[in-house]
Design a protein around this ligand. Sequence first.
Ligand SMILES: Nc1ncnc2c1ncn2[C@@H]1O[C@H](COP(=O)(O)OP(=O)(O)OP(=O)(O)O)[C@@H](O)[C@H]1O
Ligand SMILES: [Mg+2]
Length: 597
Amino acid sequence: MKNPAGRIPSAAAASARKRRRARPPAGGPYQLSLVDLAAKPAAAPSGGADGAAAGSVPQAPPEQAAGRSGGRRETAESIAARQREISVSEFFIKNRHLLGFDNPQKALLTAVKEAVDNSLDACEEAGILPTLKVEIRQLAEDRFRIAVEDNGPGIVKAQIPKIFGKLLYGSKFHILKQARGQQGIGISAAGMYGLLTTGKSLAVTSRTGPGKPAHYYEIQINTRNNTPQVIKDSAVEWEPEHGTRVEIELLGTYKKGRRSVDDYIRQTAIANPHCEIWYAPPNGGEVLHYPRATDSLPPEPRAIKPHPYGVELGMLIRMLKETRARQLKAALQLDFSRVSPRVAEEICRAAQLSENANPHTIAAHEAERLYRAINSVKIMGPPTNCLSPIGERQILAGLQKEIRASFYTALTRPPAVYRGNPFQVEVGLAYGGDLPGDELADLLRFANRVPLQYQQSACAITKAVLSIDWRKYGLAQSKGALPAGPVVLFVHIASAWVPFTSESKEAIAAYPEIVRELRLALQDAGRRLSAHIRAHRRAAEEQKKRSYIEKYIPHISIALREILGFPAQTEAELLANLKIVLERSRARERAQEESDG
Ligand SMILES: Nc1ncnc2c1ncn2[C@@H]1O[C@H](COP(=O)(O)OP(=O)(O)OP(=O)(O)O)[C@@H](O)[C@H]1O
Ligand SMILES: [Mg+2]
C-alpha cells in the first residue's frame, strides 16, 4: 500500500496494520509471528486443531513459549560457566580453511608459499639478492617434509620461538609498506598444521652472521594459549654464513599442473626476476634451477604513516590516546602522513577544537567531530615510496625468461589510493609463439609479487579481466569468460596493505578504485596487443600478395612476348617495370590502410 504522505509509516501504525492482516484462515495452518505474540501474550485458549479451526491462535506449551525446549535448561550461570577466552590458535585450528589449509593439495602449497614469501621478504629487507632452496620429500603417500632455505639476514635467537610458535606475531603488521607478509600468521600457522596432522615439530636453523653460531630449534605451538613450546634448542655447525632454513612435516598431496607447488615456484620466478631458486620436487625428480634475470634488487619500499583519509573513527581515537604529542595540532602532524602545519590548523578549525587541546583527553564526541573534519579538508594523496612495483623492464624480463611468445608488453600505472592506502597496478602480456591458440588465456595474478593461485573468480583481478571486451583487441571471448587465444596475462597489485578477502591471502577485494585501475591497465595492454595483431596480419597479407606478384608476373611477361612477339631483352625490361608498378600500387594501398587505422 502506498503511503500518501510519502513518509515512512510509524512502527506502531505498521504493527497495527499487520495485526489486522494477521487473521488466521479458518482451519488452515497458522504461523505465529512476533507481532502476534506481543499483541496477545496472555489470551491462551487451549491449542490444537480445534482451537485453530475456531479461528484462535494455537499456543505452544509454556516452556516453548518461554523460549526453551526439551528437558535441558540453561541458566545464565550455567552458560557463564562455559564462557571463556578462545585462543587465536584454537580459532584457526577450527577455521583452517581461512588460512589456506582446507585440502591436502592446498596445504602443501600454502606451507611452501608461507616459507618462501618470508624468505624473499627477509632478503629484500636486508638488501640481499635472494637465493632460495626449496625441497619437498615424500615420506608416505600423503606425508611430506618440506624445507625452505634462504640466504637472508637470519633471525635473532630469542625471537625464533615466538616467530614459529605463536600466531599473530611478526614484524610487518604495524608497518605500512609493501611486503609479501602482512599478518604475522603465515609460518606459525604452517607449523601448527604440520603438528596437527603429523605430530612433528617445526624445525628451524638460523644464523645471523659469519662470526655468530647457528641455532637449531624444534618448536611446537601450544594451541590452548597460543604460546611456543621449545622441544629442542642447540647450537649447530651450519655452512651458510647467514640465513634461515625452515622444515615442516605435514599431510598433503603433491600434484603437477595448475595450482601446484611447481607452478607457484615458476610464477614466483617470473614476478621476482632478481631471485634465484633451486627447487627439488618430490619423488627424486630433477632439481629445477631458476636463475636470476637481473642482479639489481627492487627499490626498497619506505614505511609511511597512515593517511588521514584511510583512518576509521575507532583507530583515530586510539591514535589520539597513544600519541607522543602533547597538543592536537602536533599529534595530527606527527602521526599522519601529508598533514602539514597548515592542514593541521584547518582540521582543528573545521572540528572547532583548539590546536593546543590535549589529544589524550579528547572526548568521544570531539573525536567524532575531528573525524568528520579530516574528511572535509583537502589533503594531498599519501606518499607512494612505500610501494615497490616490479617495473616494466623486469616484468618483460620475467615473462621472456619463462614464456616463449612472439609479442610481449608490460606497463606500470601511476600510484592510486583506496581507503587511504596507496597501491599500484601493473600488467604484462605475452602473445603468440609457442602459446596454445585454442585455450582460455592464462591469467597470472600477483599481489606484492606473490602469485595467487586459488579463488580466482573471487578476485578483483579476474573481475576486471572479465569486465573487458577483449574482442575489441583481437582476441576471441565468450560471454562472461576469460579471453581465448595464445595469450598470458600477468597482473600485479602492489600495495602497502593488500585488501585480501581472507587470511589465506588468495583473492583481492574488489574496491572500486582498484578495479578501475586494473581496467585502465588491462585496456592499455589490450590496445598494444591489437596494434601488434593488426601489424602482424598486415605483414602476413603483404607477404602473401608479394608472393602472388612474384609467382604470376613472369607468366604475364611470357604471355605478352608470345602475343606481341618482342625480343627477350624487352621481356626482361617489361618484367622489371611490371614489378615496379605493382609494388608502387601496393605501397599506395598500404599507406591508405594505415591512415584508415
Ligand atoms: N626466513 C626468515 N628470515 C627472517 N625473518 C623471518 C623469516 N621468516 C619469518 N621471519 C620473521 O617472522 C615474522 C613472522 O612471520 P609470519 O610468516 O608468521 O608473518 P608475516 O610474514 O609477518 O605475515 P603473514 O602472516 O602475512 O605471512 C615475520 O614478520 C618476520 O619478521
Ligand atoms: Mg609470512
